[in-house]
Write a protein that binds this ligand. Structure first.
Ligand code: ADP
Ligand code: GN1
Ligand code: MG
Length: 354
């Protein structure tokens, strides 16, 4: 039988192809050949990313741009072409496959082990944004249209409530009311982008810590991965999504909500790294970073809630009510971010003066 790996220009013959990583969206495999070369093979989730051509064109252009500016090869992802020189391969079933060089001696963290890890994350995503600062953002395709369009995320939530296809809305009235109570506040960033009050940047848009590879030995951040959502966006999206995931005291699907808070020490670590590396930020952008943390957290909760109401067709779930559990952690965290908002603002303002 034809294997997707047969289509790519790999060094050696494949001896191992095993499931790898723990993303919510794509299927990832580690591939090893008889001469010890390693690769990452991914089946792109075309339900989530219908425009594979646009997506792969973005990734090819962004990785080439970063490679030309990087000091070492391990600082950026490298696509491996197919034997025909294409960036990806579509199999008989219409599935899309791509291959990257495996970044050797790298590790991926699912959670922060020591606070310095999060400083490294801030540096990595800050560097990414600064290195892309002169790239023409408007030439990138929107791989998921309206991805961080917060008002549109609310519109989708309201449609899911009205349709209530799974008869789940009555059971989550409290969550729905909480989300709607913050709609205006968290729609501000989008409106500032629309009015031109904030510059549109090339942003990563999915800045979880497991989208960074660290050097196995030095524990320094090496390389930003998972470039599917690199699109035009706001600096506050990348800052905010990192805080949402990395400065939280509990996992995204923790059941004991009393464990979920914002860790201000971790927020400070990340902010120092991000502000140090991302020298392209304007004063106004820096001032909007705390609102980015609230917005990304609430928006992510709204997305989980919408998916729960619609029957869990977007995010992979591993148990019943998984998306509802995820929604609840995000809303609990959003409430804590809101409680601590003045401290966040002070911290970021202090970062500016350093
Ligand atoms: P998803 O969109 O499903 O999150 P990712 O692109 O983030 O998929 O990849 C999933 C996992 O595969 C990552 O968390 C990381 O552990 C690993 N990975 C991805 N690309 C590479 C690479 N080039 N080198 C080494 N490991 C990688
Ligand atoms: C998804 O692919 P992954 O697991 O890095 C999602 C993000 C969410 C995140 C929540 C393309 O990220 O937007 O914030 O889950 N990616 C996409 O964990 O929707
Ligand atoms: Mg990922």
């Amino acid at each position: 039988m034809n294997q997707p790996t047969d289509q790519f220009s790999l060094s050696g013959d494949v001896v191992l192809c095993e499931a790898y990583g723990s993303g919510h969206i794509n299927d990832t495999y580690r591939v090893v050949t008889d001469i010890g070369a390693q690769y990452i093979l991914q089946r792109v989730n075309t339900h989530v990313f219908p425009n594979v051509h646009g997506l792969m064109d973005n990734i090819a252009r962004v990785t080439e741009y970063l490679s030309a500016r990087a000091e070492t090869a391990r600082e950026t992802m490298h696509l491996v072409p197919t034997k025909d020189g294409a960036q990806f391969y579509i199999d008989d079933k219409g599935e899309a496959w791509r291959v990257y060089d495996f970044v050797e001696n790298s590790v991926c963290l699912q959670k922060i082990e020591v606070p310095a890890d999060f400083y490294e994350c801030g540096l990595a995503f800050g560097n990414f944004q600064r290195m892309m600062a002169d790239f023409p953002a408007e030439t990138l395709c929107e791989t998921i249209v309206d991805f961080h369009n917060t008002p549109d995320r609310f519109a989708k939530l309201k449609r899911a409530i009205a349709a209530d296809t799974q008869n789940r809305a009555a059971g989550v009235r409290e969550e729905i009311d909480y989300a709607l109570s913050l709609e205006e506040e968290v729609s501000q960033l989008h409106r500032m982008r629309q009015s031109g009050a904030l510059p549109t940047r090339v942003t990563h848009n999915d800045t979880k810590i497991n989208n960074i590879l660290f050097d196995r030995y030095s524990k320094k951040a090496l390389c930003v991965i998972d470039l599917d959502t690199v699109m035009p966006g706001l600096a506050a999206y990348d800052f905010g999504d990192s805080i949402r995931f990395g400065a939280a005291t509990a996992a995204e699907d923790e059941l004991d909500l009393t464990l979920m808070r914002l860790d201000l020490n971790l927020l400070e670590q990340y902010s120092r790294g991000f502000l140090k590396a991302c020298t392209s930020l304007t004063q106004r952008e820096i001032e909007t970073l705390p609102l980015g943390a609230l917005t990304m957290t609430l928006e992510c909760g709204v997305r989980f809630l919408t998916d729960y109401l619609e029957g869990d067709h977007y995010f992979k779930i591993k148990r019943e009510n998984h998306n509802l559990d995820r929604c609840r952690t995000q809303f609990t965290l959003a409430a804590d971010i809101k409680r601590q908002m003045s401290k966040l603002m002070q911290l970021l303002a202090a970062g500016v003066k350093q």
